[in-house]
Write a protein that binds this ligand. Structure first.
Ligand code: F0G
Length: 416
């Protein structure tokens, strides 16, 4: 039987209890399983025959009634061998796990399919989250599919247009607050404690993390039951890096993989409390009160899962790095132009971080590296348009188009 457990004092809670923080010490929770049950699941189930997806791993998920699963067909995202980018950086082998290929365009769908399924199992009628955009888009979609009422609380003017349009069209009640993400999260935490009937689906909800750990499982399966030497992940609220690590750890404990990857977290320079703690060798983070970055998805100053993230990075022998907005946007453009992958700025931070860590000699050129790109580029069309060359406007005549393409001179030469 799976159960919930406090990450600090180890107090256990039943799997069907709605609890977000430990009642004894106030820390966050994680889902634990009896190891023998997981061993049994690996031995008995025919999971390897199921196509790659979150629910391929349903025996590793805390869901009792599989008939109640709320799914939009999440997971099973592309694992791109990036030979051109690898060559550009002088790396031996580089893969990109492209989470923008999920149903609502980000990795959040992995967590929401499990979180919303749990909400339905628990019999709740309404769900809520605070969000920098992607969580709200994903929750709104899964709530719609599950027939639940949904409210999303977002920092006013600070979420990318694609994400806002998703939350709106899926029918969520969209509340824009005059404040940043950290303030929005603080408000919904208090609200969901006060109104117990509204189920909170931010990543402090450990069921979200269970879904997201499938990202780690999938990478192992896409590498034929091996872990890469290093995983590079953009970090905001720090749920995802913790979830991916949990996935690798569980597969390792089950002897499904022989080694573990170095977990490497990348933060935007203006919102980097975790990277700073790693650089300073500190056991705690100093929250950033006014986080700022063009990568609005990770514009977070007080990440709620910081303890889990520091542990994942340190235990795995990984590291954390900061990247500037300029480096993020350059990496976004580079990836689009040499690999044909259009990812949103926060996602490109993993590529910017890779470039920096290779240049600094932290990443060995022989390492097999996997960068996770977390969200689709169309989530934030405004930034992409702003930083690209403007389209050229001409009359609809061949000669005008020839001139714009620089073909006029060639044609003249050929005609001679
Ligand atoms: N990349 C993207 C595209 C994101 O949307 C987020 C988080 C992250 C990376 C960071 O992941 O928080 O687990 O460390 N977005 C959240 C949201 C905060 O509300 O959509 P994390």
């Amino acid at each position: 039987m799976a159960y919930q457990r406090c990450i600090k004092c180890g107090t256990e809670y039943r799997i069907d209890e709605i609890v977000y923080f430990c009642k004894k010490c106030g820390d966050i929770l994680e889902i634990k399983y009896e190891q023998c049950e997981l061993v049994e699941a690996v031995r008995n189930s025919e999971w390897r025959k199921i196509p790659l997806s979150v629910w391929r791993y349903r025996h590793f998920m805390p869901v009792d009634d599989t008939a109640k699963i709320i799914s939009l067909n999440e997971g099973g995202t592309g694992f791109h061998l990036c030979e051109r980018l690898a060559k550009h950086l002088g790396l031996r082998r580089l893969y990109i796990k492209n989470e923008g290929e999920n149903p609502t365009g980000s990795f959040k769908d992995r967590g929401m399919t499990v979180g919303v399924t749990k909400a339905v199992e628990l019999g709740v009628k309404s769900v809520i989250c605070a969000s920098t955009g992607n969580t709200s888009a994903s929750l709104a979609a899964y709530a719609a599919k599950g027939g639940l009422q949904c409210a999303v609380v977002i920092p006013s003017g600070k979420i990318a247009y694609g994400k806002l349009s998703q939350a709106m069209i899926y029918g969520a009640k969209v509340i824009q607050v005059r404040g940043n993400f950290d303030e929005s999260l603080d408000a919904v935490l208090k609200l969901s404690e006060k109104h117990r009937s509204i189920y909170l689906l931010n990543s402090i909800n450990p069921f979200r993390i269970e879904g997201q750990k499938s990202l780690g499982y999938e990478i192992c399966d896409q590498l034929n039951q091996e872990a890469p030497e290093r995983i590079i992940v953009p970090v905001g609220n720090a749920g995802n890096i913790s979830a991916i690590w949990k996935g690798f750890k569980e597969f390792h404990d089950l002897d499904l993989i022989k080694a573990l990857p170095k977990m490497t977290g990348i933060q935007a320079a203006g919102s980097a409390p975790i990277a700073q703690a790693i650089k300073n060798g500190s056991d705690t983070i100093v929250p950033v009160s006014a986080p700022e970055t063009v990568a609005t998805a990770i514009r977070i100053g007080a990440p709620v899962s910081w303890k889990k993230a520091l542990k994942a990075i340190r235990k795995s022998g990984g590291t954390a790095e900061t990247v500037t907005d300029e480096e993020i946007l350059d990496a976004q453009k580079l990836l689009a132009r040499i690999e044909g992958l259009f990812v949103e700025p926060a996602s490109a931070s993993s590529i910017a971080g890779l470039i920096k860590l290779v240049e600094n000699g932290v990443i060995d050129r022989d390492e097999r590296v996997v960068c996770v790109t977390t969200g689709h580029g169309l989530k934030d069309p405004d930034t992409a348009v702003k930083m690209s060359e403007k389209p050229v406007e001409v009359n609809s005549e061949i000669s005008a188009i020839e001139e714009a393409l620089g073909l006029k001179k060639q044609v003249a030469i050929l005609a001679r």
